[in-house]
Design a protein around this ligand. Sequence first.
Ligand SMILES: [Zn+2]
Length: 161
Amino acid sequence: MSNSISKGKVVGFSYHLTNSQGATLDKSDEPLLYLHGSGNIIPGLENELEGLVSGDSKKVVVSPENGYGTYDEKLVFQVPKSELPADAELEVGMEFQTDSADGPMVLYLHEVRETDVILNGNHPLAGETLHFDVTIQSIREATKEELKHGHVHGPGGHHHH
Ligand SMILES: [Zn+2]
């Protein structure tokens, strides 16, 4: 039986992510596990890993459209501090959950001003072309439970959430 990446496999991979200028955006300390075919990771990366086997390395370039979206100026809001939870300790980069017409939405605190804050609904990596350097570390069959939940339950498939 071939053990290449396909729908229903649990894949572990390490990665180094840079932007178009070559600056590091993120890198894995230990392999990241995901359930292939379930949209656990951005589609532009998931599609490119299909068919790889353990030990394979691949460079994958993901456009903003297939990554974290294009940057949308309309998702930047100026909000009075009084509208934020009173107990919130305001720190740039912190996240707020809010409801939008499209369901729950995450806003990042972009800037703190005297009476207002700037909230940004764009993902911090929105608008970036993502350059992944990926190495496949492990591939296994997902457990029935993982398939049912649509996500991974740790290296051995154990339930711990
Ligand atoms: Zn679960």
